[in-house]
Design a protein around this ligand. Sequence first.
Ligand SMILES: [Zn+2]
Ligand SMILES: [Zn+2]
Length: 69
Amino acid sequence: MKCYDCVQEARHDSEGIGVCTRCGLFTCADHSRVVRLPVHQPKGLGRATSRLPARRVVCATCHTAETTD
Ligand SMILES: [Zn+2]
Ligand SMILES: [Zn+2]
């Protein structure tokens, strides 16, 4: 699969490494951001958070949108 952002930039030499969890488009290592994500584990009445963060991949476009006011 081709990275969507690379296709937009007419680059065709990249390999997609994953799928953006927000927009669902394929993204390459250059255009993706791997972010830490705390995992909420429902436990009885309360909610606990896992000590270890999970991770998710977002493309650069979505990452910018998520971190810009
Ligand atoms: Zn790319
Ligand atoms: Zn995205």
